[in-house]
Every structure is written in structure tokens, then in C-alpha cells.
Design a protein around this ligand. Structure first.
Ligand code: MIC
Ligand code: SF4
Length: 646
């Protein structure tokens, strides 16, 4: 029986456990990446572990999320990251060099390697055949220190691609079609492995768009084979030596299979407020558009922006549309500048933003009240744009550009003749914005520079014998980490300041939550299904920890957030019977008697609603290792204990 590509890479990196669905395995991690919004915390945690130099083959710190610098906070955090990176052996990608996933694909990604990043879209690396996972900052810190990265072995879903995309239909439409079919929960507990003749029709940036948004499916990760197209991409990046051919065995057996005919895909949009709320553009045609944003780690490659430039060339953006474009990297921007496409974009009236995440994470460009914003991004969660009632639609670059010209939703197929744009034979390589770490012998003398915005992160105490607390908040299904710990221009500068951030915890759902936590000394959060989907930000666990949240009881969880809860020492519990969700009301008094023993000894866990006088069984959503982590009061305590550092 042959192996899947996933299995091959997992086997090569297996450090502990057995590759059987549902089992906990520990993986050796070859590469790590961080970005600034999660990086400060990750490096503080790395420092706390006391490892002098990273033990990975390559670790890179990117500055791309928070580049607005409305005060000293960001600049201080950037300086901290640059200095800590230099000291500990981490490459540093300066602000302006581009979005972490785009730059990593261009300059560092290697087929067959494992990568974890403190950003949920790290699976972008699957576009060149990496097994790349989004993770909490603490998991990244542990991996930098040479520790294993743990996952629960997912099912491998074979996505057989057949046919080829029609003119004006693009990779974004492919992943939107998958979201339409599978939903934001459809990828949970799965790795999507792409195979079939259609794979050979897609360039690396197109593959990366698809693996990038596998995150929105809730997938553990997504991966494409490494073939001649991958080789040509790496050659064009001056890195052919990094290439190896990789694919599944012809007789590989998959856990699940589906087929997608690329030629049947049409231009699509994810409508507010969920990436799986997908409709054909043809159905939306004619609807007024207020704003168009092109960029993000999903769609900001050279190919994407050349397509946009070819649509906008010689035309003018509709007078009632604000069009902004953020190239994904300095490489992309340089090439557009050199071949004149940048001039075409500017001439059309597009507003050019720096090579960063920008509006995707609410860093400016919030739409007008109730405004309709078409974005080539990957998330359209409520409020994420910075405008509470903003109506964000996720579309392809082609649809975005066509609609920016017309001022209404426009199916790009109505544009007529299609100009095919080829991937360049040579990319403009200039790594002068990537700073090498200090050599080993000089590392000791590098001073780490900290600013006043960096506050100590909260640590949790070992799990007590019993827990008694209020049901401090009750929320519904599909709660995102943007609900739990919002980002955006006003809050993002404080990612290294948990006490300040705590004032905004759950603000999208209930502004009185922080105050209630302070009054009650924290509590237990009651959630619906897919709790914690979206971003990898461990702040969505650390801030509740700071506010005294001891446990979450939900119908089901998103993978990264669930791991972050365990890492923070917060119990992730699941209703055994989903109907019990309806029996608990906010502010009921709840107890978890003998919880420490139950978690440590794998006994049934009882939750007692003291207010209403009933008991229910809840199930810990934890591997054996995570049980031990939670009992110790989080991964940092656990790592110190198991590595003998008290
Ligand atoms: C996001 O897209 O939500 C982010 C911002 O990139 C996050 C990371 C963060 O919150 O800093 C992610 O996707 O993990
Ligand atoms: Fe940045 Fe948006 Fe990508 Fe997150 S999803 S890494 S904010 S571009």
C-alpha cells in the first residue's frame, strides 16, 4: 500500500507517537516563522525558555502586520524583535520587505520540509510542497528551542483536480468553491492533499492561494506535490538547489477523496460575514461597491498584480470606489515598478499601500458605514475590517479589478479578451531587507532592546483540585479569535501588553465582558461549535487567562485555538451531549469537582450547574500530553519541568 505525500513528510519528521488517525504525534520542525503581531510574545516565551540559539534549520522573524506606527509601541516592538532575532540566530525580514507567507515562499520555503509559523496562514508553504502549520507563539518558541511540535494525526483528504481553469477564473475561485462545498468546518481534522492532472495547470502562486485559504476550511494544513512547476519557480528565485521532486505513491490510499473539475469553476464571492458564505459573482452582478482592496497573503503575488494591472491599464477607477493595492513583497513591488505595471496601477487611480497585511487585519482602510468592500483577502469576519457594519466580500483579483472599474460587482468574464500572464523566468531577487543573525561567537554581546510597551505575559498556576466559577459568557457557533481578541489599528499595537489588551476581550460580542471578569474573578466561557476558528493568535487564550478564565465548554473547537488553550493552562471541554449547551445560562454557578484528578487520571469529567442543580458529563479535548500540560499550568511550566529547569 503506497503512501500519501503527507505520510511521507510526516514519517520523515516523526519524533514521537504513531501515525494513526486521532493519535498525538510529535514532529521535528525544520523551519519556523513569526510575524510581529504574534512574534513579540513568541520571543518573550522563547527567552523564558533559556535556550541561547535556535535549533531549527531556519527561523525567520517578519515584520508585516503592524507597520502603522501611530506611537512608539510598534517601533519599540520591532526593535525588540530585531535585536532578539539577532541574538538567538533568527533571520529578520524588515518592515517593507513583505508579508511573511509571500516572502517565505519566495525566499525560504523548501519542498518536503516542515514549517510552523505563529500565523494561521502558514500553510501557504504547502504551495511548494512543504508541510506547514499555523501554531500558537509558544509552540513556535518550543520548536525554535528544538522541541517537538505536536498535532493530532488528521485524515488525509485527496482533492483530485481535473481540467483547467477557464479564462478569468482563478485560484481564489477554486478555494472559494471548496469553501462552498465543505464549509468553514469541513477541513477540521484533515489535511488536504492536492493531486490529479489539474495540479500541472497551476503555478506555484496559484497553489499557494489555495493552500493559504485551506485555513478557512479549518484544515490542519494543505499540500501540493513538488513537481517541475515547483522547480521552475525555485529556479526563477535562484534557488533550484532547494528543489526535490515529491508526490504521493501512485497506489497511495487516502482516508477520503473528492474531485474538483477546474473547468467547471466560475468566479465566486464569499459574502458577509463568513468565508463559506459563497455565491457566484454572476448572481451579485450590478450590486454597488464602495471599496476594493487587493493584496494580503492570499492574493498579492506578481501574477495576481500583473493580472490586475492588465485590467486597469489605460482605464480609471470608478469615482465612487476607493481602490487600494498592497503588493505582497518588495520583490513583487520591484518587478511591477521595473516593468511599468506599477505606473499603470497608479495612473488608473489605485492607491498603493506598502507591502504588508494592512487592511486585512484592520490596519486602516476601514470601509464607510455599511460600506460594501470587495477584498482579495481570506477573512471577512464581522468587524474585522474595523467598521462594525462593513460588508466584506472575498473575491479574486480579477473580480476585484473589474468591479473597481465598474463601481458594481462585475463578473470578469464580461471583460472580453483575456491576456494570459506567464510566471517570470527570473524573479527580481534582492535580499537586502533580510538581516542575518549574529554569528555564534558574537551572540553573547548582542543586547536585547525592550520598550515600555512590553509587559510580562501572564503565567498560569497548576490546575487546582476543584474549580468553581460563573458561566461568565455564553456565545454561539463559529466564534472567531477576532471575536475573542480583536485586532485592528487601535488595539494591535498592544500585542505585547496583555493587561491593556484585556480591556477589549470579546468586545465584538459583549463589551461588558472584561469588567464582569474583574468583578467575578474570571469564570468559564460557554461556546457553540467551531469555537476559536480563524487566527492563531495565542492572545485569544492569554488574555482570557489574564482575566481569570479557567475553562471553556463548547460544542467543538478549531485546532489552533484549542492547542493555545492547553498551552495557556485553560481547560478545553466539550459537551458530551450538545443539547446540554441549552441548559446552561450565562452567570449560572458551575463547578468542576475533582477536576485535577479527573484530567490527570483520565476519569470522566463532571460539570455541575449549581444554580439549576444538575450534573452533566463534559469531555476534555486534550491529548494525553495536553492533559499533563494543563495539570502543570501551561506549556511553559510543563516544558521547564520536563526539561529539568525549575
Ligand atoms: C490574521 O489573519 O488574523 C492574523 C492577524 O494574521 C493572525 C495572526 C495574528 O492574530 O496576529 C493569524 O491568522 O494567525
Ligand atoms: Fe496578514 Fe491578512 Fe495574511 Fe493574516 S490573513 S497574515 S493579516 S495578510
Amino acid at each position: 500500500m503506497g503512501w500519501t505525500l503527507t505520510r511521507k513528510i510526516l514519517e520523515k519528521h516523526l519524533k514521537s507517537g504513531e501515525i494513526r488517525i486521532g493519535e498525538d504525534i510529535g514532529l521535528r520542525i525544520d523551519q519556523t516563522l513569526t510575524q510581529d503581531a504574534t512574534g513579540t510574545m513568541a520571543y518573550l516565551e522563547f527567552e523564558a525558555m533559556g535556550v541561547p540559539r535556535v535549533k531549527t534549520e531556519r527561523s525567520v522573524a517578519y515584520i508585516d502586520h503592524n507597520t502603522l506606527q501611530t506611537g512608539f509601541e510598534n517601533a519599540d516592538d520591532h526593535r525588540y524583535i530585531q535585536s532578539v532575532a539577532k541574538k538567538h540566530g533568527i533571520w529578520f525580514s524588515r518592515p517593507g520587505n513583505g508579508i511573511c507567507h509571500q516572502v517565505h515562499l519566495e525566499r525560504f520555503g523548501i519542498p518536503g520540509k516542515t514549517l510552523i509559523g505563529s500565523d494561521s496562514h502558514t500553510p501557504t508553504g504547502g504551495g511548494i510542497g512543504m508541510l506547514a502549520f499555523g501554531a500558537g507563539g509558544l509552540d513556535v518558541a518550543v520548536a525554535m528551542g528544538g522541541g517537538e511540535y505536536h498535532i493530532t494525526v488528521p485524515k488525509v483528504l485527496k482533492v483530485e483536480l481535473v481540467g483547467a481553469l477557464s479564462p478569468w477564473v482563478s485560484a481564489k475561485d477554486v478555494i472559494l468553491e471548496l469553501l462552498r462545498r465543505l464549509s468553514v468546518k469541513g477541513g477540521v481534522g484533515r489535511i488536504l492533499e492536492y493531486t490529479g492532472p489539474g495540479v500541472g495547470t497551476l503555478t506555484v502562486p496559484e497553489r499557494a492561494t489555495i493552500t493559504n485559504m485551506g485555513t478557512e476550511l479549518g484544515a490542519t494544513t494543505s499540500v501540493f506535490p513538488s513537481d517541475e512547476i515547483t522547480r521552475a519557480f525555485l529556479r526563477a528565485q535562484g534557488r533550484e538547489a532547494d528543489w526535490t521532486p515529491l508526490c504521493a505513491d501512485p497506489d497511495a490510499v487516502y482516508d477520503e477523496e473528492m474531485t474538483l473539475d477546474l473547468s467547471a469553476v466560475e468566479p465566486l464571492a464569499a459574502c458577509p460575514h463568513s468565508p463559506d458564505n459563497v455565491r457566484p459573482i454572476a448572481e451579485l452582478a450590478g450590486k454597488k461597491v464602495d471599496q476594493v482592496c487587493i493584496g494580503s497573503c492570499t492574493n498579492s503575488s506578481y501574477l495576481d498584480l500583473m493580472r490586475v494591472a492588465s485590467i486597469l491599464k489605460g482605464k480609471t477607477v470608478h469615482p465612487s470606489v476607493s481602490l487600494v493595492i498592497a503588493p505582497g513583497s518588495k520583490q513583487v513591488c520591484t518587478m511591477l515598478a521595473e516593468n511599468g505595471a506599477l505606473a499603470d496601477l497608479i495612473a488608473s487611480g489605485a492607491r498603493i499601500l506598502e507591502c504588508a497585511c494592512g487592511p486585512c487585519i484592520g490596519m486602516g482602510q476601514s470601509p464607510n458605514s455599511g460600506g460594501v468592500s470587495l477584498r482579495t483577502f481570506n477573512r471577512n469576519f464581522e468587524g474585522r475590517s474595523g467598521t462594525a457594519d462593513g460588508q466584506v466580500y472575498l473575491v479574486s483579483p480579477e473580480t476585484a479589478a473589474a468591479s473597481a472599474l465598474a463601481g458594481v460587482f462585475t463578473d470578469p468574464r464580461t471583460l472580453g479578451a483575456f491576456e494570459k500572464i506567464d510566471i517570470p523566468a527570473v524573479f527580481a531577487v534582492n535580499d537586502n531587507m533580510i538581516v542575518a543573525p549574529a554569528p555564534d561567537e558574537e551572540a553573547g554581546s548582542v543586547e536585547v532592546l525592550r520598550g515600555p510597551n512590553i509587559k510580562p505575559f501572564p503565567t498560569s498556576a497548576p490546575l487546582p483540585e476543584d474549580i468553581s466559577a460563573k458561566a461568565i459568557l455564553k456565545v454561539g457557533d463559529n466564534i472567531t479569535t477576532d471575536h475573542i481578541m480583536p485586532a485592528g489599528a487601535k488595539i494591535l499595537p498592544y500585542r505585547s501588553n496583555i493587561p491593556y489588551l484585556s480591556n477589549f476581550c470579546f468586545a465584538v460580542c459583549d463589551q461588558t465582558f472584561p469588567e464582569r471578569c474583574r468583578k467575578e474573578g474570571g469564570g468559564i466561557v460557554i461556546g457553540g461549535s467551531n469555537y476559536g476558528q480563524g487566527s492563531s493568535r495565542e492572545h485569544a487564550a492569554l488574555v482570557p487567562l489574564y482575566l481569570g478564565v479557567k475553562a471553556v465548554v463548547a460544542k467543538s473547537y478549531a485546532r489552533i485555538h484549542c492547542a493555545n488553550l492547553a498551552n495557556a493552562g485553560i481547560l478545553a471541554l466539550q459537551f458530551k451531549d450538545e443539547a446540554d449547551y441549552d441548559r446552561i445560562d450565562q452567570m449560572d454557578t458551575l463547578t468542576l469537582p475533582n477536576i485535577r484528578r479527573a484530567i490527570a487520571e483520565k476519569l470522566p469529567v463532571l460539570l455541575r450547574d449549581e444554580t439549576k442543580g444538575f450534573d452533566i458529563e463534559v469531555l476534555p479535548v486534550m491529548t494525553d500530553r495536553e492533559r499533563a500540560v494543563v495539570v502543570e499550568g501551561g506549556l511553559l511550566n510543563y516544558t521547564k519541568k520536563t526539561s529539568g529547569k525549575a
